[in-house]
Structures are given as structure tokens and as C-alpha cells.
Write a protein that binds this ligand. Structure first.
Ligand code: TXA
Ligand code: MG
Length: 351
């Protein structure tokens, strides 16, 4: 299949091109598009065949439900039932934005889109290109992250092209994503909102609106297969680079000694190694083949934005061993570490 690539930016939206993208969706095709979090791989959420194609293009297990993306708050009520007051308040406060909410699904949403579940995840992205594309497509776009299953989510169109060129009809290149980590997922079907996947919208931000919040125990556990996560996708090996990633936690000197000793061993055995560090500590690891600084310690937005590109760069450079510093920053550190720990297959060393 030939993949058409179209380019635009949020200050200069090409509505004619978005109409063409919408036409692809209406005829059952697939289009990758930018959002503020990561790129999505879109198909018509109300067309079971389109959802089937999404699973096939990604190589994704079909029991892993897709998020339905909308561009008008009122469209929520067409796909979701039992929308409670807390959800309405959250939508008012954080939509459009990086928040996905789960509700009882309405019949119009095919089970193919929800991976067989009777609930549906809904999100309204905060990105002009995404909004225009969803509108041109009829209003309901099913979209997982636009990566091959198991790989880090794409935060730039180049990542999408690398994974999906030739597998989908069209890619809308809207430049790099601002947030860089997938949306917060919160289950609104119980009496208290429950976070299934941490993201830029934190538990505190949700609690400020709804008065209470809970976490799926799997979100806070560092232990693999300890507790079965409620979001089906969170159980799969995820975000993973090809090299073996380990997170090293401790004081700066201890972390430096441990990582440098590891790199020495790798050099002896001919393994190519890399380090993910903060700006402040990037000169601690001069012996590594590659040191990627993801941002200053006090700029957690930057760290989040650069994380997936850093993991992908390790793949591009055929890195076999990756050492990462810990990035437990105050606000979105929980989301950053949730992804990093999964990418590391839960390998964490305390020094
Ligand atoms: O930021 C995002 O959310 C991005 C952009 C493209 O919007 N999308 C995204 O989709 O990350 P995906 O498919 O990579 O991750 C969606 C997660 C999966 O872990 C899936 O299992 C979970 O959401 N999910 C979807 N529907 C669900 C449901 N009804 N109940 C529980 N979990 C659900
Ligand atoms: Mg994904």
C-alpha cells in the first residue's frame, strides 16, 4: 500500500487536506494524525472493519480496546451512557486535553472498537489539526498510538513513518507532539474516578475537580505481573526499545559508579551501550557510546516530551544495553516512571 504523507502545522491548518483525510476515514481507511500527547492511528470508530484494520496495521492483540476521539464535548453523549456529574465537570475543566474517560458504551460503538468490552474510552484532543481531522471524518475516530505494537509511542511524524509507512493510507505530519506521553486514563464507571494510566493530568488535578480519586493498584506497583491492570493495554510489554534497559536509582555518585562499571563491562564484551540522563549529569558517563540527555531535572515537561524519542534513538543506533537515571519528578514523574519502568521490563537497580 502506498502511504500518502501530508504536512501542515497548527498555525496553518490545511482544511482542504483534512477533508481528503476525512474522506479516507469515511471510506474505511486509516490515517495517522498528531495530537498533543502522541500520534494516533485513526479509523472510523463506528465501523468495525476499520477497527479491525487498526489492529492489523499495528500488530496489536484485538482484545486491547481503542480510545474514541471526539472534537465536540456534546458528542460524548452519543457514544457513552451513564455520564455522571463528575465526568461532566472533568470534561469542562480538562477537555480538550490529555484526559481519557471510560464510560458504559452505547450500542452505536461496535465491540470491535472496544475490544469486546461494554465500556468505551473517550478523549477530546487539544490539537487543532486533530480537531479538524476528526470533524472532517464524521466526529468519531478510534485511535491507539500510531506505533507498531510494543514499540515506544510516536512523538513525531518520522516515528510514525518508520513504523507504519506502507501499512496505512495516510499520515498527517503536524510536527512534534507537545506533551510526549499518552493521556491520563480515568475510569468513570464507579462511584469514585479511578486512574488506570497516569499522564499529564495528575490525580491531584482530578481530585481538585471531583473531590476524590483512586488509582488502579497496577499503576503504582513496580512489580511485574503483581496485579492485573484494568486497562487491558497496560498488561502488555510496552514502550520497549530493542536494547535491554535498566533503571538505576540512588545518589548521584553511586549511580555514576554503577553505570560506568556496567559500560566498562559492555565495552569488554563488545555490547553497544547508552545512557539516558538529565542535563545536569550527562557528563558523568563519558565512556558510553551514546549519552542522551532528556532535559533538565527541574523541567519535567521537557523530560516527558523527549523520553520516547530517546528510546527510539537507542534503536536507531543499535544500542544493546541502556542505563537510565530515575526521573521521579514531582508532578508528571509518576507518568514518566510508569512508562520507563514498563520499557525496562521492571528492571530497576537500587544502588
Ligand atoms: O494520548 C493518548 O491516549 C493516545 C492518543 C493517540 O490519543 N492514545 C493512546 O491509545 O495511547 P493506546 O491505544 O495506545 O492506549 C489506550 C489504552 C490501552 O491501554 C487500552 O487498553 C486502554 O487505553 N483502554 C481503552 N479502552 C478501554 C476501556 N474501555 N477500558 C479500559 N481500558 C481501556
Ligand atoms: Mg499505545
Amino acid at each position: 500500500m502506498k502511504t500518502t504523507i501530508i504536512r501542515m502545522d497548527n498555525e496553518n491548518i490545511d482544511h482542504k487536506a483534512l477533508e481528503a483525510a476525512g474522506k479516507v476515514i469515511r471510506s474505511g481507511g486509516l490515517v495517522a494524525f498528531p495530537t498533543e500527547t502522541v500520534y494516533g492511528l485513526g479509523g472510523d470508530a463506528l465501523n468495525p472493519e476499520a477497527s479491525g484494520k487498526i489492529y492489523a496495521a499495528k500488530g496489536r492483540p484485538s482484545d486491547n480496546p481503542l480510545i474514541v476521539h471526539i472534537c465536540r464535548v456534546e458528542d460524548l453523549f452519543k457514544v457513552a451512557g451513564d455520564v455522571n456529574e463528575a465526568a461532566v465537570k472533568l470534561a469542562e475543566k480538562y477537555w480538550p486535553g490529555p484526559l481519557t474517560m471510560i464510560f458504559k458504551k452505547k450500542d452505536i460503538v461496535p465491540f470491535k472498537t472496544t475490544g469486546g468490552l461494554d465500556t468505551v474510552a473517550v478523549r477530546m484532543p487539544d490539537n487543532g489539526i486533530a480537531a479538524g481531522f476528526i470533524k472532517a471524518s464524521g466526529g468519531f475516530i478510534a485511535a491507539p498510538s500510531a506505533n507498531l505494537s510494543g514499540r515506544p509511542s510516536p512523538t513525531d511524524a518520522d516515528h510514525v513513518i518508520k513504523d507504519l509507512d506502507g501499512r496505512i493510507d495516510m499520515i498527517i505530519d503536524g510536527g512534534p507532539c507537545i506533551i510526549g506521553l499518552e493521556s491520563t486514563i480515568v475510569d468513570m464507571t464507579g462511584s469514585v474516578p479511578m486512574i488506570l494510566r497516569p499522564g499529564y493530568i495528575t490525580g491531584d488535578m482530578i481530585k481538585a475537580v471531583t473531590g476524590s480519586v483512586e488509582y488502579d493498584p497496577a499503576v503504582i506497583s513496580d512489580v511485574p505481573e503483581d496485579i492485573r491492570p484494568k486497562a487491558p493495554g497496560m498488561k502488555y510489554r510496552h514502550y520497549a526499545p530493542k536494547g535491554e534497559l535498566v533503571i538505576v536509582r540512588g545518589g548521584r555518585d553511586e549511580v555514576r559508579s554503577y553505570i560506568c562499571a556496567g559500560i566498562d563491562e559492555d565495552l569488554k564484551s563488545g555490547r553497544r551501550s547508552a545512557v539516558l540522563s538529565a542535563d545536569e549529569t550527562k557528563d558523568d558517563y563519558k565512556v558510553a557510546a551514546l549519552v542522551i540527555s532528556v532535559g533538565a531535572r527541574d523541567d519535567e515537561d521537557m523530560i516527558a516530551r523527549h523520553l520516547y524519542a530517546a528510546l527510539r534513538r537507542c534503536d536507531d543506533e543499535n544500542i544493546e544495553a541502556i542505563y537510565s537515571e530515575d526521573f521521579s519528578t514531582p508532578r508528571i514523574g509518576q507518568a514518566i516512571m510508569n512508562r520507563l519502568i514498563k520499557a525496562a521490563g521492571h528492571r530497576i537497580v537500587e544502588v
